[in-house]
Design a protein around this ligand. Structure first.
Ligand code: NAD
Ligand code: UDP
Length: 322
């Protein structure tokens, strides 16, 4: 039987409406899963440009989840309490497909969601990215590093887009006192990543499962560190519920691999006979990227715990079931 305190908590939670923009995408759908499992109400706002309703399959019949098809670069009137602003393509393939739309999504989309936060007096969390550090000159990257970005490069619609989104969020905080939270997310992977979005882990798993050669761009010595999505989502929730504006890095520094090492780990798990081919390295591809997470660790008591092996097993199983 529930205690009186439990019931009060449940009732209070029911009055909190979470708006998750980009909720039909990879991280958004994993976040919605966590909020729904906690008994909260969720409004998912998405234009389905890279996300898909099927990512929310488990909750489509729940009265606690509402889905609105909407492009965040257009204003919208809603009554919400917490805004988790994730809407933006994250894979290089998608964000470069229509770079002007990407910049508009970053600037106008964030502006519209901040205006909504102002009207509703709600908390606002921005999903920013390690891409704000560009091709970093220092390694690993701390939040105090201001980055090294080519403002006119092919990746700048995304990297500069997120920088203006951070800048705008801080101005709403300073001018209008909006309680903002900025998460700088590093390479994240896991179930519900689209197998076609061109990111390294989804590509390698898809290729190995389908007996296609694994495509390494460049010589494969570039380094990335990989965070499993459940750890990342815990970090987002802890940041939203904290009193810290950020920016705060969220990523997994202990799981750092070269792309060639990653290809070998994945092919060994799926099909050791998978061939590896080397293709040209995209322009502006950062050499290395790894977060310093001392802030997240000390301020949020957040430390990712999933190893690459545990995370890949779950991700590969998800792809096999698709
Ligand atoms: P994703 O492409 O899977 O999801 C993005 C979602 O946003 C999709 O559902 C898409 O349809 C929606 N969307 C895009 N533009 C929109 C618009 N104009 N209006 C409404 N909806 C729109 O990407 P993801 O990996 O889930 O990334 C989510 C957020 O996290 C993004 O803001 C991204 O920049 C950030 N991020 C992700 C990573 C990562 O490794 N996955 C790393 C750094 C930052
Ligand atoms: N990459 C690769 N083969 C692929 C996809 C990506 O070698 O099929 C490389 C890519 O060039 C980059 C790294 O893997 O160096 C990570 O790429 P991803 O797009 O996943 O993330 P990001 O570049 O944003 O870190």
């Amino acid at each position: 039987m529930r205690s009186a305190i439990d019931l009060t908590e449940v009732i209070l939670r029911r009055f909190v409406i979470n708006l998750v923009t980009g909720g039909a995408g990879f991280i958004g759908s994993n976040l919605i899963n966590k909020l729904m499992e906690a008994g909260e109400d969720v409004l998912c706002l998405d234009d389905f440009s890279t996300g898909d309703r099927s990512n929310l399959q488990k909750w489509l019949k729940s009265s606690r989840l509402k889905i609105i098809e909407h492009d965040v670069s257009n204003p919208i009137e809603l009554q919400v309490h917490k805004i988790w602003h994730l809407a933006c393509p994250a894979s290089i393939v998608y964000y470069q497909k229509d770079p002007i739309k990407t910049s508009r999504t970053c600037f106008l989309g964030t502006n519209n969601m901040l205006d909504l936060a102002k009207k509703c007096n709600s908390k606002f969390l921005l999903a920013s990215t390690s891409e704000v550090y560009g091709d970093p000159e220092c390694h690993p990257q701390a939040e105090s590093y201001n980055g090294s970005i080519n403002p006119i490069g092919l990746r700048s619609c995304y990297g500069e887009g997120k920088r203006i989104a951070e800048s705008l969020s801080f101005d709403y905080f300073r001018v209008h006192n909006i309680p903002i939270r900025i998460a700088r997310i590093f390479n994240t992977y896991g179930p519900h990543m689209s197998p076609y979005d061109g990111r390294v882990i989804s590509n390698f798993i898809y290729q190995s499962l389908n007996n296609k050669p694994i495509t390494i761009y460049g010589d494969g010595t570039q380094m990335r560190s990989f965070c499993y999505v459940d750890d990342l989502v815990d970090g987002l929730v802890q940041l939203m519920n904290s009193e810290h504006t950020g920016p705060i890095n969220l990523g997994n520094p202990t799981e750092e691999y070269s792309i060639l090492e990653l290809a070998k780990i994945i092919s060994k798990k799926i099909n050791p006979k998978t061939k590896i081919v080397k293709l040209s390295l995209p322009k502006g591809d950062p050499r290395e990227r790894k977060p310093l997470i001392d802030l997240a660790s000390s301020l949020l008591d957040w430390n990712p715990s999933t190893t690459i092996h545990q995370g890949l097993e779950k991700t590969i199983q998800f792809y096999k079931n698709l």
